[in-house]
Design a protein around this ligand. Structure first.
Ligand SMILES: Cc1ncc(COP(=O)(O)O)c(C=O)c1O
Length: 393
């Protein structure tokens, strides 16, 4: 009989079964999940989708169903260049490549840059999906310190100087999991450190457009286009099922990422790319985004108000200006995995924060709360039940 002895040594780093195991209970009926990271289905532009399909077929015909180039669908790259320039990103259409979700580029980055034992610098905490993408390439993670304003540039500089990481992986805007945004001055410093030490920064930005308050902050890429790979996605602003992401990168990085992608999926779905191209070219992004913001902003406010009303004084939490997550931190000694099991008994789930750290034992008292899926009333009731579980723990 076939068994796991067939597996490559690489799979030993592809674990994360602990988190999969604890999140299994989400399938139980009646649980309100604050654990997810999914956009609300009401946030999808359903009123435009049928029209978009029609336009794609009449405009591109069989090209929308044919094999395409690994670099991506040319009309999408052209529309993206215009859109990204408007957000401060320095790029031309030919410097943009399309990926299968922004997740698609993370694996490729691991593949082309990371040999076993190479360092990758990450924020503490960081996006779990990036760790899952990099893990099979057997990196050594080096955590960089963060505070209320996200990554501390001095910590990045120290890590870069000591460990010479192959990549510095950052989610600078409405970070997953904390919701924090690195302010402009720190971004300038980060860009300057990257240039001075000649290190490659990955700026992963799937949430930047989901801003409910405050002003857009220029991307790190705009200060150091030669040091930064800027990654974006249609998942949170159109629909994740399309699986369309993109990146802007220095020339040699792009060439190698294309070679990596060729061997994985040849190219991203032509049909999805054509839909995304028309969505942008027809100005639907500008029309639709305010609707998503109008949907999420009150949900976030409801969760923040519920936290103020119900959570004990010993807790602190972030108050992000956008995105999909709030990060809460309890007193030292609290174990949010234990709390999780109690909360599930009260039919509410969240993600214990420890899974977003690469260091064993870090973040035991933290948790990530998502507010996009449930309605305001449900969110308030869920936070109330969660605080009851806290008081019992
Ligand atoms: C920080 C970050 N990067 C990348 C992704 C992947 O998104 P997608 O592949 O759907 O574009 C996510 C998804 O939640 C994310 O939070």
């Amino acid at each position: 009989m076939l068994d796991e002895s067939l597996l490559s040594t690489r799979t030993s780093r592809m674990g994360s079964s602990a988190i999969r195991e604890i999140l299994k209970v989400l399938a139980r009926p009646g649980i309100v999940s604050l654990a997810g990271g999914m956009p609300a289905p009401e946030a999808f532009p359903m009123d435009h989708v049928e029209g978009l399909f029609g336009k794609v077929i009449s405009k591109y015909g069989s090209d929308a169903l044919q094999y395409g180039t690994t670099e991506g669908f040319t009309p999408l790259k052209a529309a993206l260049a215009k859109y990204l320039n408007g957000r401060g990103i320095q790029t031309k259409a030919e410097q943009i490549n399309i990926t299968t979700g922004s997740q698609g580029v993370l694996d490729a980055l691991g593949k082309i840059f990371v040999s076993p034992g190479d360092a990758i610098a990450v924020e503490a905490p960081t996006y779990l999906g990036a760790l899952q993408a990099f893990n099979p390439y057997e990196p050594e993670y080096v955590e960089m310190e963060t505070d209320e304003q996200g990554l501390i540039p001095e910590s990045m500089e120290e890590v870069v100087r000591k460990h010479h990481p192959k990549l510095v992986y950052l989610v600078p805007t409405f970070q997953n999991p904390t919701g924090r945004t690195i302010p402009l001055e720190r971004r300038r410093q980060i860009a300057e450190i990257a240039a001075r030490h000649n290190v490659l920064v990955v700026e992963d930005d799937p949430y930047g457009q989901l801003r409910y308050r405050g002003d857009h902050v220029a991307p790190i890429q705009s200060f150091a286009p030669e040091q930064v790979i800027y990654c974006g996605s249609f998942s949170k602003v159109f629909a994740p099922g399309l699986r369309v992401g993109y990146y802007v990168a220095p020339d040699f990085v792009r060439e190698w990422l294309i070679r990596a992608k060729q061997g994985v999926d040849l190219h991203t779905s032509s049909l999805s790319q054509a839909l995304a191209a028309e969505f942008l070219a027809e100005g639907l992004m500008e029309q639709h985004l305010p609707k998503i913001i109008k949907l999420y902003k009150p949900k976030q406010e409801a969760m923040l108000q519920a936290l103020r009303d119900f959570f004990p004084d010993s807790f602190r939490w972030t108050e992000p200006e956008g995105g999909m997550f709030i990060w809460a931190e309890g007193p030292k000694g609290l174990d949010t995995v234990e709390l999780y099991h109690r909360a599930v008994e009260k039919k509410v789930a969240f993600v214990p924060g420890r899974y977003f750290y690469t260091r064993e034992g870090a973040g035991a008292e933290t948790m990530r709360l998502n507010f996009t899926m449930a309605d305001e009333e449900t969110l308030r009731a869920a936070v109330q039940r969660l605080s009851e579980a806290i008081k019992e723990t």
